[in-house]
Design a protein around this ligand. Structure first.
Ligand SMILES: C[S@@+](CC[C@H](N)C(=O)[O-])C[C@H]1O[C@@H](n2cnc3c(N)ncnc32)[C@H](O)[C@@H]1O
Length: 424
């Protein structure tokens, strides 16, 4: 795309400031946003607007906020929150208080989910503290207000809704008990003073890495190394977990929770010795008192039982495939990748080829660190739906991990174009 050199300079300035690679969010959307804020500020030429921005950090921040993607919801991905509770209980056996960071926290659903998950399991409010950070002040204002619409509730969290929300006609109002547990801060993850002098036992860093430039990724990785305690835990997005693996972090068990442990030197030995081992997280007598009037565990979703797929393609009706797909998804959420693959191969062998099936199979392979197999599946999925943003980003990230930067760039740009169109 040929753009005005001064517009390129504005984009470059903003991209460096946020650490975001604009190809991944869509250059067209970025250009439209810059043009619209320029018009609002009564500027005609990009050069004058650039000079103006350089002297007005408040307006730069407004522009940055327009360029962020605040998409989030309560208990996104489910399993990470159960795993975080187990880890916290384990850590609380040896320390009185744990510190947790949620970055980026967007409108607050993620840090509040952490708070609710811990309180619900009876962890005392004095035993944990949660800092939540985002660059977007408007998102943070919404987070502090704690009022949510149905878009924030996308998974089955009935028990949390009943316990911690007041439901009005069209809003869910979060209780003060939960709101008080989270401290919100407006900071830039690649800014100079980001969380300076702080230490965290657990960091949630989900769904931002995919948008960051290579330079920003390296910077963030360095900062997390300083911020995390030795042996601390890092939760990332499902397509992001592989990025950290081997870079001073080890993917921890269960893998479906998409989290890693900062290497302490001997973790790899433990994993090698006992690869399938699940840590035991029984309540300890030293733990804060567990409230007995609350259920102790989130109700388990049963994996649907389905009959064997029928022998002919014609008989494999839509409902059967749909039930299988739900089952495969459940397996993945629980980290049962081999079971997910057994089910998905049954369908593939019967000649079923849908985008969802290929995508889930790719996800299972990706979590088993079989990058080539995962890529093959995602490429089949994207062939069936060339406009799927998430799949394009998975492919781009995998190509990056396989050091194929040319293909990675092509797929990142395709994803960017889809995002631009969404913003129109
Ligand atoms: C897709 S949301 C992710 C929210 C949450 N972690 C989740 O996974 O549901 C991405 C967030 O990143 C924030 N963000 C973008 N660039 C940032 C930066 N440089 N520093 C801090 N936050 C940033 C945006 O404001 C947005 O709220």
């Amino acid at each position: 795309m040929n753009t005005d050199p001064d517009l390129e300079k504005i984009m470059d300035f903003l991209s460096r400031l946020m650490g975001v690679d604009f190809e991944s969010i869509g250059k067209k959307m970025v250009i439209n946003t810059i043009a619209s804020s320029m018009r609002k500020a009564n500027f005609i030429h990009f050069r004058e607007y650039l000079l103006h921005l350089e002297s007005r950090p408040d307006e730069v921040l407004d522009l940055v906020e327009e360029l962020t993607i605040p998409e989030t919801w309560f208990f996104r991905d489910g399993l990470p929150f159960d795993t975080m509770v187990k880890i916290s209980l384990e850590l609380l056996k040896t320390k009185a208080k744990i510190n947790i960071l949620s970055i980026p926290c967007s409108t607050g659903e993620e840090p509040y989910s952490i708070a609710m998950a811990l309180l619900y399991r009876g962890v005392s409010p004095e035993a944990f503290s949660i800092d939540a950070v985002d660059i977007n002040s408007k998102s943070l204002a919404m987070a502090r207000a704690g009022e949510y619409g149905s878009n924030s509730i996308r998974t089955n969290v009935e028990h949390y809704l009943k316990t911690y929300f007041l439901q009005t006609e069209n809003k869910y109002l979060l209780s003060e008990e939960v709101k008080e547990m989270v401290n919100f801060y407006q900071e830039n993850i690649v800014g100079k003073n980001f969380r300076q002098g702080k230490k965290y036992d657990i960091i949630f860093f989900r769904n931002l890495l995919i948008y960051l430039s290579d330079t920003a990724r390296v910077e963030v990785e360095k900062r997390f190394t300083e911020l995390l305690t030795s042996g601390g835990y890092l939760f990332s997005g499902h397509s992001e977990v592989l990025y950290f693996s081997g870079r001073g972090y080890e993917i921890a068990d269960p893998p479906g929770a998409f989290y890693l442990r900062k290497s302490t030197g001997n973790l790899s030995k433990i994993i090698k010795k006992n690869p399938g081992a699940k840590m035991s997280f029984a309540y300890s007598p030293n733990l804060p008192k567990v409230k007995t009037d609350l259920p102790q565990a989130k109700p388990k979703l049963e994996t649907p039982v389905v009959p064997e797929p029928s022998n002919t393609k014609a008989e494999a009706d839509k409902n059967l495939v749909a039930t299988y797909l739900i089952r495969i998804k459940h397996h993945i959420e629980r980290g049962e990748y081999d079971l997910a693959l057994i089910d998905s191969m049954k369908l593939i062998d019967k000649g079923i080829s849908t985008k969802e099936l290929y995508f889930l199979t790719g996800l299972a392979w990706e979590n088993k660190l079989q990058k080539d197999h995962a890529l093959q599946m995602y490429l089949k999925a994207i062939y069936l739906d060339p406009e799927d943003y998430d799949i394009l980003m998975h492919i781009a990230l995998l190509y990056e991990q396989l050091n194929n930067t040319r293909q990675a760039k092509i797929y990142r740009e395709r994803a960017g174009r889809i995002n631009s169109r969404r913003g129109e």
